[in-house]
Design a binder for this molecule. Structure first.
Ligand code: FAD
Length: 379
């Protein structure tokens, strides 16, 4: 039986933590995004930002995390933590959280994060908001304070936009909450969620959504490194990683790409030809090919190419949409691109509402012209 933990006294919990995922001794890009975002939250709350790093001989990675804004890195080392296992990582994370009591824990919504986060939240009896796209601090405004200090009439004090109004003397009146925002109802609205009665508040955050801050050498050298006393034995482990096998095919790096050419249902009359055009255009630009969910569900591209709410969130320099209508779920993953170019034969397609350049035409005629023009410009 896994050990259970208890955690309702919010006043005992302090500091923001980021779970820093490493694979084979290499930090993941999400770590830097979350450390940068966690820095802002910690500053707003007036607390420290700590990275929690699990692995075997990983202490040397701490400085890099400091360079992106961590005040402290809590290092948990054991040969049993060399490769990710749910049992080992969940036990050590829960032990560390129970001992050191952070008020908020952020975890990247990677495959590992999506496995680890809910397991820890359930064991810690706390709430986790999955797949967040925005994080904020919800500071309560106290009614008694407002009544004494505001010139507003009392009936107008009831709702203060964007904040929770709490009456002094109620339970938890000393707390402030992590406001976790994520798409809900198929992406048709954004839900802001708080976890007011339990600690820590936990969130998994979509990779690619938060912006990485600039690396600061001085901060990297100044980071405090604390070693956590890991209590982990073979008896705690139900699984053993025998071998780590790399995927035979290199997955496409949409999140890190500067140029993305995506295809949608618009290529259906000649799928092979449409993908070839997208690949040619992407090659000319030094970019990669993405797709709408239709392109993935139809088996035209593999799942790692999907852009959107249930795919990747991207912000390249240029995003070119070929035959994509611009559904709310697709836009959720690409609307923050620096420049959006859309080619669509329907001039009322919603993608044109967010496009910087819209070309109303047949993608099979327009794309070859674009490729030619780029070739000429390069020559
Ligand atoms: P369509 O909407 O069918 O659009 C095809 C477009 O191609 C049309 O605008 C048409 O005018 C144009 N066209 C056709 N022929 C040509 C031509 N020859 N030249 C130029 N233009 C042409 N979708 C995603 O993309 N990503 C997600 O992550 C995602 N997650 C979802 C999650 C949920 C919970 C749900 C309910 C849906 C999700 N979807 C997602 C699906 C989404 O709602 C849309 O169905 C999908 O994005 C539509 O893909 P599309 O634009 O390729 O196809």
């Amino acid at each position: 039986m896994a050990k259970e933990y208890a955690n309702t006294n919010a006043a005992l919990y302090k500091n923001v933590w980021v779970f820093c995922e490493q694979r084979q001794g290499k930090l993941m890009p999400t770590d830097f995004e979350l450390i940068s975002e966690g820095r802002k939250l910690a500053d707003e709350l007036g607390v420290d930002l700590c990275g929690i790093l699990l692995g075997d001989e990983v202490k040397g990675l701490a400085n890099e995390l400091g360079g992106y804004g961590a005040d402290e890195v809590i290092v948990c080392e054991s040969p049993l933590l060399k490769n990710y296992t749910t049992d080992g990582y969940a036990k050590v994370m829960c032990d560390a959280i129970e001992t050191l009591k952070p008020e908020a824990v952020l975890i990247g919504a990677t495959n590992i994060g999506r496995d680890l986060g809910p397991r820890c939240a359930a064991r810690l009896h706390t709430g986790l908001c999955a797949d967040c796209t925005h994080l904020d601090v919800d500071m309560p405004i106290y009614m008694d304070f407002l009544k004494e200090n505001s010139t507003l009439p009392e009936d107008r004090l009831k709702v203060i936009e964007g904040h929770t109004v709490k009456v002094l003397g109620e339970d938890h009146d000393t707390t402030r909450d992590l406001k976790m925002t994520r798409p809900a109802f198929g992406g048709h609205l954004m839900a802001s969620i708080i976890c007011p009665r339990f600690r820590p508040a936990m969130a998994t955050v979509r990779p690619g959504v938060m912006t990485k801050s600039k690396f600061d050498e001085a901060k990297a050298n100044a980071v405090k490194v604390t070693e956590f006393d890991v209590q982990l034995t073979d008896a705690d482990m139900n699984t053993e990683v025998v071998e780590v096998v790399k995927a035979a095919k290199q997955l496409v790096d949409l999140v890190g790409a500067d140029y993305i050419v995506s295809v949608g249902r618009g290529i259906s009359k000649d799928v092979e030809g449409g993908i070839k055009l997208a690949e040619e255009l992407a090659d000319e630009l030094g970019g990669v090919v993405g797709g709408s969910r239709v392109a993935i569900d139809s088996g035209w591209l593999t799942a790692d190419h999907q852009v959107g709410q249930t795919g990747k969130t991207v912000h390249p320099k240029v995003y070119i949409a070929l035959g994509i209508s611009g559904s709310i779920q697709h836009k959720a993953g690409m609307q923050d691109s620096e420049c959006i170019i859309a080619i669509n034969k329907n001039k009322t397609a919603p993608i044109f509402e967010i496009a910087d350049y819209g070309i109303n035409g047949d993608l099979f005629k327009v794309t070859p012209l674009l490729i030619e023009a780029i070739k000429k410009a390069k020559a």
